[in-house]
Design a binder for this molecule. Structure first.
Ligand SMILES: CC(C)(COP(=O)(O)OP(=O)(O)OC[C@H]1O[C@@H](n2cnc3c(N)ncnc32)[C@H](O)[C@@H]1OP(=O)(O)O)[C@@H](O)C(=O)NCCC(=O)NCCSC(=O)/C=C1/CC=CC=CO1
Length: 265
């Protein structure tokens, strides 16, 4: 496995670190492959109750490696089209797996989240950002259009008009603006980002795993479902959650007026 991406598992949390700080963690082929492999590993590991995605160094991720694109500019247009289409398709299993994972995925963002870096953060379930973080969809500034699910999640999160502004202009905006737009859940002082991310992850680790997984799947499904299908799915999910040990513990703790002690079973 390449050093471009790292994973550490501890106390129920899998932390994935994008690790090319010398280029603001710009994407490499090895990083895409590693991300896919780590997420597949997590999908099969019930001991992981939460995933944290972060960047090494001062930034989250600057997106595709634009300096690495240089040599491609010399290729004939049809060859460029072929190569980029192939490369970008390799990102898709990563996005699908992140959305399909039973565990919540938290993006912990410091510095820049640009291009695919912003797409990736949007594909996470929650985003916690340092007050000094900044965001740009960027693609239009290098003469291209969004990828990696950016054009799927952006209008769903911020609404169509704001999505048009962010995508068509590619301007930078700060963490407070990102929070006001709903792109970020919490903004925290940069020096507390790690600790606040750990606190949020610990809440998921201590939570009712099956209910959390069912809730995540329900919200994902609602983006494309009719009301009728969604209601059917809600009924199934509630009943499935109610068949867990954590549900029995939750209602018992409520009756006993104490905090529940969930085990994830
Ligand atoms: C917003 C920025 C990310 C950061 O801005 P700032 O803090 O002002 O820093 P800079 O001075 O601009 O940059 C510092 C150095 O880092 C280099 N750098 C920055 N971004 C990249 C990058 N994406 N790839 C390679 N290197 C990068 C920059 O050149 C500086 O280096 P030097 O000091 O040597 O000069 C800002 O930098 C920015 O907007 N970056 C570009 C964002 C972008 O266009 N991203 C790519 C869009 S395409 C994409 O994301 C996705 C894919 C996915 C997969 C396959 C194929 C295509 O694209």
């Amino acid at each position: 496995m390449s050093d471009d991406i790292l994973m550490n598992k501890a106390d129920g949390v899998a932390t994935i670190t994008l690790n090319r700080p010398e280029v603001l963690n710009a994407l490499s082929e090895a990083m895409v492959q590693g991300l896919g492999e780590f997420l597949t590993d997590i999908e099969g590991d019930p001991s992981v109750r939460c995933v944290v995605l972060k960047g090494a160094g001062e930034h989250f991720m600057a997106g595709g490696d634009v300096k690495g694109f240089g040599p491609l500019a010399k290729l004939p247009p049809e060859e460029r089209r072929r190569r980029f289409e192939a490369r970008i398709h390799k990102l898709h299993p990563v996005i699908f797996t992140m959305r399909r994972l039973r565990q919540p995925v938290i993006a912990s963002v410091q510095g820049a989240a640009a291009g695919f870096g912003l797409s990736l953060a949007m594909a996470c379930d929650m985003v916690i950002a340092a007050d000094k973080a900044f965001f740009t969809l960027a693609y239009v500034r290098i003469g291209t259009s969004p990828d990696g699910s950016g054009s799927y999640f952006l209008p769903r999160i911020v609404g169509m008009k704001k999505a048009m502004e962010i995508a068509l202009l590619g301007d930078r905006f700060d963490a407070a603006t990102a929070r006001d737009l709903g792109l970020v859940n919490y903004v925290v002082p940069a020096e507390t980002l790690e600790a606040e991310t750990a606190k949020l992850a610990a809440r998921f680790v201590a939570g009712p795993a099956r209910a959390i997984a069912n809730t995540k799947a329900l919200l994902n499904a609602s983006l494309g479902n009719s009301l009728e299908s969604q209601l059917a799915r809600e009924a199934w999910s509630f009943a499935d959650s109610a068949a867990s040990e954590d549900w029995a513990e939750g209602v018992t703790a409520f009756a006993e007026k104490r905090e529940p002690r969930f085990t994830g079973k």
